[in-house]
Every structure is written in structure tokens, then in C-alpha cells.
Design a protein around this ligand. Structure first.
Ligand code: SF4
Length: 453
């Protein structure tokens, strides 16, 4: 297939290049969550199917595709910087911007010099339907559907390039929740799920390609199946009954959606990782209310106790936001002490960032940025303490590790089912093999072990 690439010369005459796609180079840059990476990888496959060559973003390419995020103000700033970086690599390149920032504020992106097309959440997989000529545009073209028209669910999966052992499989998109700080429902629309048979088809393909760990991802994965009369438990049951050596990891799950059925299945079937990433956001009852989260702190505490009682050595990761409007010093200490006393393994700490069109942006009690930063640092230190405590509990135990192919000064690394990071002397025979490792010592965010007898 041939593509038209038009570039303006210094003397304003137009250079017309009709290029067979297998000459043309495309480069990708992704901001944000694993879901975005899965979607970029799928867009990449579309270009490969058309015979394009995918090159590194720092190389000169004919087309640059930037998949954006809108969770924080910084990600939007970063998007603008990346567009400029692409144009420094090749001032004549065709620049396409997609993702959540593109869905929410296409006009703002349209003002960035050099952007040729802006594609919304529905349009990101329709590049070749919407664009025929990848020549530079005088004005950027905007293809963005209104949020209430975001009804389709596009399959997407990406592989962890480094490890080549793990693959992310998107099963759900959008969200029906109304957390007062979050723009994701505005950028990705209502909660919707891939039919189980479609998930199964992609799952089987990934397993046949040799991936041993499949991470189920989405915006609100626990909400899987709501509109199609099924649920996440049913999907897990379907997948664990597939033949073969593999394990399933749930990327993240809302506390109110981690059902007893899922817990029982995880406790009884080692094909489900004994690891849960459960967003909390705040340990202060007052702030949880202002955030419009769907649980209170005692529900969360009881859930964590139930999970740790039912599943031995379970790894638990927690998302928490600091500096939310109205968060007093005491509210923050409530969060700090709440987390300190919980049997969890690590934290992902986020600093509250004002987002347009959210309820929180108009709330009173704005926290100084310097204070937000201080609170963020305190929780990151707590997270390291928690991780170290959890890793120390693994000493003398045998964990099943999936080692990655990359070598790190004579060592190989991999994750245990409970998300503990482990290294062992490099042995090619162990790459991408579930291997029993006896944990001997704990270092900086990694355990060292030896082959179990
Ligand atoms: S659950 Fe809340 S924080 Fe998560 S995507 Fe939905 S609205 Fe946003």
C-alpha cells in the first residue's frame, strides 16, 4: 500500500513523496497507565499490518503517535514537550495525538504547533479509516466523539518488552463511578467490557506466543461484565480452566469489587496470583466522603484483614492520594497511621492535582503544594518500610518466580506470584520458567535467593 507524505520546503514549494509503507517509519510514545500501553501496542500492530517499520521515538520517523494521559497536570505538560521533541527529530513528520488528554481537550492540543491530527478514545484505533494522507496539515484535524458516544470496547494487549514473560490484556474500559478528583470517566466513558469469548481468544493467542503471566487490565477491572451479564469472577473461572502453565494477575481492583468468590478462587487456585492492588486513596473518613469513594475506612480495613487471613503471603499494593482539598494535618496523620497499621506490602503515592471539570477543583481547603510534597515524601518512606517488612517475611520461604530474559551483572530477575521482586544467578534454562526459589536475603527492593531443593 502506498502513502502520500507531503513536506513543505524552505522555498514554500511542496515536496511530494509517494512511499510504499515498508519504507515509512512510525514511532510511538505512551504516557499513563498499563491500559494506555496496551492500546499503543495495538495501534502499533495496525501500522505493522500496513507494512510500516516501528522505530524508537528518539529516531527520525515519518509519523509520530503520542498516546496521552490526563490524570495529572504534569502529564499534559509532558505531552506538549513530547510533541516538540518529535518535531525536533523530524520537522516534516506527521504528528498524531490520542489518549485521554486528546479526548478531554482536543482544542488545547490543536494549538500546539505541528500537531496534524487529534484522535479521541473512539478514534484512536481508526487511524487508517480516518487518515489517508500523512502529509503535514496547515491546521490540525480533530476527530473526537462526545464522551456519551464512547460505547465500543476495543481489544488491546501489550507485552512487557523487557521481560517477554508477561502480557497485559485489556478486558474492560470506562468507569461509572464518580470519584470527585477523577477525569477518567469523562475521558473514557461508561464502564464496558470485552465479551468473554473475545478475551479467551486473545488470552489463548498470548499463551500460544509463550507468555506465562497475563495481567488483566482496564479502567475499573472489578466492574468487568456488568453490562453483559457476567462478572470478573466468571471470567477468572473461564481462564483458569484453560490448559497450560500460566498465572493471571489482576492489575487493580476497587475494594468494594473484590468479592468473596474471587478471594476464594485466588486462595484455592495458584493460577491466580496471590497479589491484589486495591486503591484506598485516603485513610481519613472525612476525605473518603469528599472523594466520593464507595467504601469507608473500616470496610477497607476489614477487607484487608479478610484477604490476609484467607491467602497466605498475599502481596497487597495500595493507591493513596495526598493533598486532597480539605485534608488537614490531622486528616493526613489519620491516613498515615491507618496505612502504618495495615498488613500491606507497598504504596503507590499520588499528589492531588487539580483537574478541570471535576467536583474537587471547586472544593475549599486547598493544600499548599509544598505541604503536598512533604506528605507525598512521608508516604513514600512508609511504603519502603512496608515493602522491606514484607520482603523480610519471605526469608527462608520458597516462592515461585517467573524469571525474565534480561541479565543484570550475572543475575536474572523476576516476580513472585505475590509481586515480590527476586534475583538469582543467571541461568538461561530458567528464563520464562516458573522456578522455586528459596529466599535467602533482602536487599534494596529485591530479594536474593537460590534454587529450592
Ligand atoms: S473508580 Fe474512581 S478513580 Fe477509578 S477510574 Fe473510576 S472514577 Fe476514576
Amino acid at each position: 500500500m502506498a502513502f502520500l507524505i507531503l513536506s513543505k520546503k524552505k522555498d514554500d514549494t511542496i515536496d511530494i513523496m509517494i512511499t510504499k509503507s515498508n519504507d515509512a517509519k512510525v514511532a510511538f510514545y505512551t504516557l499513563g497507565c498499563k491500559l494506555n500501553y496496551s492500546e499503543t501496542s495495538t495501534i502499533g500492530s495496525q501500522f505493522l499490518d500496513k507494512g510500516f517499520n516501528i522505530v524508537d521515538f528518539n529516531e527520525q520517523a515519518d509519523i509520530y503517535v503520542i498516546n496521552t494521559c490526563s490524570v495529572t497536570e504534569n502529564t499534559e505538560k509532558e505531552c506538549r514537550q513530547i510533541v516538540r521533541r518529535a518535531l525536533r527529530n523530524n520537522p516534516d513528520a506527521f504528528i498524531a495525538v490520542t489518549g485521554c488528554y486528546a479526548q478531554l481537550r482536543p482544542e488545547e492540543i490543536g494549538k500546539i504547533d505541528g500537531v496534524d491530527v487529534i484522535l479521541g478514545s473512539n478514534e484512536k484505533f481508526k487511524i487508517f479509516e480516518l487518515i489517508e494522507d500523512f502529509g503535514k496539515k496547515e491546521l490540525s484535524c480533530i476527530y473526537v466523539s462526545p464522551t456519551d458516544e464512547l460505547t465500543d470496547v476495543y481489544a488491546a494487549s501489550s507485552t512487557d518488552a523487557d521481560s517477554r514473560t508477561r502480557a497485559f490484556l485489556k478486558v474492560q474500559d470506562g468507569c461509572d463511578y464518580k470519584c470527585s478528583f477523577c477525569t477518567i470517566p469523562l475521558a473514557r466513558g461508561k464502564s464496558r467490557s470485552l465479551p468473554p469469548e473475545t478475551v479467551l481468544t486473545i488470552f489463548r493467542k498470548l499463551i500460544s506466543e509463550g507468555y506465562k503471566e497475563i495481567i488483566l487490565t482496564g479502567v475499573n477491572v472489578g466492574d468487568y461484565g456488568k453490562a453483559i451479564n457476567t462478572n470478573l469472577y466468571e471470567l477468572l473461572l473461564l481462564l483458569v480452566n484453560e490448559p497450560g502453565e500460566f498465572r493471571l494477575r489482576i492489575s487493580s481492583i476497587e475494594p468494594n469489587l473484590l468479592s468473596d468468590e474471587i478471594l476464594d478462587l485466588a486462595a484455592s487456585n495458584k493460577k491466580i496470583c496471590n497479589h491484589f492492588h486495591i486503591p484506598l486513596q485516603s485513610g481519613s473518613p472525612k476525605i473518603l466522603k469528599l472523594m466520593q469513594r464507595r467504601y469507608n475506612s473500616s470496610f477497607y480495613k476489614n477487607l484487608i484483614e479478610k484477604v490476609t487471613n484467607e491467602i497466605p503471603d498475599v502481596g497487597i499494593g495500595v493507591d493513596v492520594i495526598v493533598g486532597f482539598p480539605g485534608e488537614s494535618g490531622q486528616d493526613f496523620l489519620d491516613t498515615y497511621n491507618f496505612l502504618k497499621d495495615l498488613p500491606i506490602s507497598y504504596l503507590h503515592v499520588f499528589t492531588y492535582s487539580e483537574r478541570p471539570d471535576t467536583k474537587a477543583i471547586n472544593m475549599d481547603g486547598v493544600v499548599e503544594h509544598s505541604e503536598r510534597k512533604k506528605r507525598n515524601t512521608m508516604l513514600r518512606i512508609l511504603s519502603e518500610k512496608k515493602r522491606h517488612e514484607f520482603y523480610n517475611k519471605m526469608k527462608g520461604k520458597t516462592l515461585e518466580i517467573l524469571f525474565e530474559h534480561e541479565e543484570h551483572s550475572g543475575y536474572m530477575k523476576g516476580f513472585a506470584s505475590n509481586y515480590v521482586r527476586v534475583q538469582n544467578k543467571y541461568d538461561t534454562a530458567l528464563v520464562n520458567q516458573f522456578t522455586g526459589i528459596c529466599i535467602n536475603s533482602v536487599g534494596d527492593n529485591i530479594c536474593t535467593g537460590s534454587l529450592a531443593e
